[in-house]
Each structure stands twice: as C-alpha cells, then as structure tokens.
Design a protein around this ligand. Structure first.
Ligand SMILES: Cc1ncc(COP(=O)(O)O)c(C=O)c1O
Length: 447
C-alpha cells in the first residue's frame, strides 16, 4: 500500500466513545468534597455541569453512544481525520522507524478540543442550559467551545488568562467572531478576580485562576453551566474518537504502533489518542509503550506527587486524586499555554503511577528546535504543545537509528501552530527562555 494520508470514509466514523474506566484493574479514587473529605455526591455537581456529563463522569460502561447530532457535526469538522506517515521526516532522520501522526490539526479551530466541546454544548443545549462559561489559556479550548456554542445556539462566556489575552489576540478574536464574550482573567467580573486585581492591577493570570472565575460566574445564574476542556473523565472519553479512528487506520495498514505518544496539559488529547490502544495493554494483548510528554516548566507528572488536590487556585472545585505540583504553583510563561496546568487527569495519573505508561519533560527551546525540523521536512508547523511530543518522536527515531529497530511510532498531532507565530519569531531570534522550578511544594490536603 502507498502511504501518505490514510483516510477513513465518513461511514467508518466510530459511533461510540470508549470509557477506559470499564477496563481499569480497580476503580479510580473518587473525587472528594473538600468540606468533608468524603466522596462527593454527584448530585452536588448538577449546579455546575450538565447532568448527562456527570453521569458519564462516573459511568463504568465500556462504550457510550455518540448522539447523532454530535456525529453529524463531527463529520463536518471534518472527521474522521487522516493518519499521516511522515516519510520525509523519517528520511531526514535516516531512521528505520516509521512515524505516524494522527492529524487533529484539521479542525476549524486548529486542535482536538472540538471533540469534547461539541459534545458538552450538545448535552447542555438538550437540558435547557442557556449559557456556557469556561476558561482558556492560549485560547485553543476557548475557540473550540465558542464554535460549539455557536453551532448549538448557546451563549458563551470565556475567562482568558490575561497574559494571553493581551499578548496573543488571535484566538481571542476568533472566539469573539464566533460570538463569545471574552474577559481577561483575573477580571473585574468576579469577587476572586477583583481581589487579585487589587493586589496587582496587571496580574498575568493562570489557568487555575481563570477556572475559579468561571465557576464563580456559573454559580450566579441558574441557566448557566460550566464547561471544562480537559482533566475530567467525560472530557477524556469524548476525545477517544481520535484513537478509535486511528486503530481502524492502523488496521487498514495491517500494523499496530509500538510506541504511542502525545503531549499532556490536562491529559485529554493523550487519553483521546492513547486510551483505545491502552485498552489492549490493560487486557494483556500488547506490550506497546505509552509515553506522555510535558513541559519542564510545568513538570506535573515527572516531578509531581500523586495526591488529592484542588483543580483550581481559589480551591472551589472537588478534590481530585492526581499527579500535581500543587494548585498554587505559578506556571512560568512558556509558549505552550495548553501545558500550563498544575494537575493531571486522574485516569492518566493513575496509569503513570501504576507503571502502565511513562512521562518525560522537555524545555521549550529543544521543543521549538524539533518543530523547526518538522517545518523544514514536512512543511507542517505544529502547536507548541504538540511539539513536545514531536521532540520525543525525533529522539526515539534517532535512538532506533542507532539500534536498527523498525519501531512504529504513533503520535497525536494535537494542533497546528499557525496562530503561534510570535512564539516562533522569538525562537528564531534566539529570545526563548527555558524555565524549571527550583522547588515544588505540594500541600497535603487529605491526610
Ligand atoms: C494543541 C494542543 N495540544 C495539547 C494541549 C494540551 O491539553 P490536553 O492535555 O488536555 O490535551 C492543548 C491545550 O490547550 C492544545 O491546545
């Protein structure tokens, strides 16, 4: 077979999402109510999330049917997305390994985030929600939710980390074009935002602060619900359409990946791509290696602690058992805004903690160097987040060159970097700064 792009026909699109909770050797530690340190009653979350999403969050069903209305929109993104064999990159690296990218960069907003944004907007619309509120870092998630709200006719309000709001207007403008209200966070719209602005009127903001503001806002209006772009089980599950499609594409090729990799911010793109393959590992059917890539500036899984922590800075969320560097961690201003989050999805944290997968951290200069190689060989300009796993792919392919291994390396190409050109300009002019925390303090919240 001649390889390049491997396509699926529209009628080959998976019609259910995969729920890894059904296949884990034990249930994930439950979310806790911070006031009692006891498992939270899912009913309590109904004021924040759509009911169906809470049901999915704790579901143990192996597959959950994708509603027809969501499938119809998936097809117009378009989905299925192609699987691409990067032969020119292989040739440049002189590696016997084969390199495949699952192309989530083709979505209208440029990343995988639409896969869950559409599902969340749909379920909210169905139950009568009028407005969705969320936070966004560099804007990938915000644009995806803004688009989904436009398509399902919901109002949308987004708290965007102030540093990105000011320095990276591209995605803010896109979300505004879709009709979303955009506020720089910390903002003067919430008590928490006003308190922080009083301390520092030019506070740069963090994702954890923006989450706190979005939740506070949600609680002020009965017809409003909150939407999260990563971390939670239901979000990861909606992304599994990526890996389910990729499995069919590898089946067409008559092969199976030896290494499955991707970057991790909150964990959704990695889970979306990796979990359908991890299903086979959990059932003892494959010894494929699973590798997640993060930033050295935010080393939540390589230097974090597996413990209960808050999901936001103002300590408003339930406690999640996860690998965390602490909800108060001041994430340095790296360009991969989507990787600037203190915690990791409980499901991925569990799999790393138990040794089913591993993680690795990179500095942003080496990551941008990897992206430059891809641009020169394949003409593709990856998102800075995506480039973290590209760095691993290149290193692994070079390792295979030394050992002669003909490994099949599969990576989720989670987004394009065409709205990140100021970051690339800084790289080209040698102005990128690498960060690493000197000290990480993770508070013990549950004894
Ligand atoms: C292109 C891209 N890849 C990866 C991520 C990381 O997030 P997650 O780990 O939830 O996929 C983001 C987050 O915004 C992103 O925009």
């Amino acid at each position: 077979m001649r390889e390049g792009y491997i396509h699926l026909n529209p009628d080959q699109i998976p019609t259910s999402w995969y729920n890894i909770q059904a296949d884990l050797p034990e249930p994930l530690p439950p979310p806790l109510d911070p006031s009692t340190s006891k498992p939270i009653n899912p009913k309590l979350l109904e004021r924040i999330f759509a009911k169906e999403l809470i049901r999915q969050e704790v579901s143990q069903e192996c597959y959950i049917k994708i509603p027809d209305e969501v499938l119809d929109v998936y097809l117009t993104l378009p989905r299925p997305t192609p699987l691409y064999r990067a032969k020119r990159l292989e040739k440049f690296l002189k590696t016997p390994a084969q390199i495949y990218f699952k192309c989530e960069n083709f979505s209208p907003t440029g990343s995988h985030k639409t896969n869950t944004a559409l599902a969340q907007a749909y379920y909210n619309k169905k139950q009568g929600t009028e407005r969705l509120v969320t936070e966004t870092g560099a804007g990938q998630w915000g644009t995806a939710l803004a688009l989904s709200c436009a398509l399902f006719e919901l109002n949308c309000r987004i708290y965007m980390v102030r540093a990105s709001y000011q320095q990276k207007p591209g995605r803010r403008i896109i979300a505004q074009l879709y009709g979303a209200e955009m506020f720089p966070s910390p903002s003067d719209k919430t008590n928490f935002g006003r308190k922080l602005l009083k301390e520092n009127s030019n506070h740069p903001g963090t994702l954890g602060i923006a989450i706190s503001e979005a939740i506070e806002d949600t609680l002020t209006d009965e017809k409003t619900r909150y939407s999260l772009g990563s971390v939670l089980n239901h979000v990861l599950m909606h992304q599994t359409i990526i890996g389910l499609e990729a499995k069919k594409q590898f089946e067409i090729l008559g092969t199976y990946p030896d290494v499955v990799c991707g970057c991790i911010g909150g964990g959704s793109n990695y889970a979306g791509f990796g979990f359908p393959f991890m299903m086979d590992k959990l059932k003892g059917k494959t010894d494929t290696e699973f590798v997640a890539c993060e930033s050295k500036a935010v080393p939540h899984t390589t230097k974090g602690t597996y413990t209960y922590d808050f999901g936001d800075t103002a300590m408003m969320t339930p406690l999640l058992k996860m690998l965390t560097i602490g909800h108060g961690y001041a994430c340095p201003p790296i360009h991969a805004g989507g990787l600037r989050y203190h915690g990791m999805a409980p499901a991925i944290s569990y799999l790393i903690h138990k040794g089913y997968m591993r993680s690795i951290a990179y500095g942003q200069t080496e990551v941008f160097e990897a992206a430059k190689i891809l641009a020169e060989t394949e003409g593709m300009i990856p998102a800075p987040e995506t480039s973290h796993s590209l760095k691993f792919v290149i290193d692994e392919a070079l390792r295979c060159k030394k050992t002669g291994e003909k490994k099949i390396i599969a990576m989720n190409y989670s987004g394009h970097g065409l709205l990140d050109l100021t970051a690339y300009e800084q790289f080209l002019s040698g102005k990128l700064v690498d960060y690493e925390p000197e000290k990480i303090e993770v508070p013990t919240i549950v004894k």
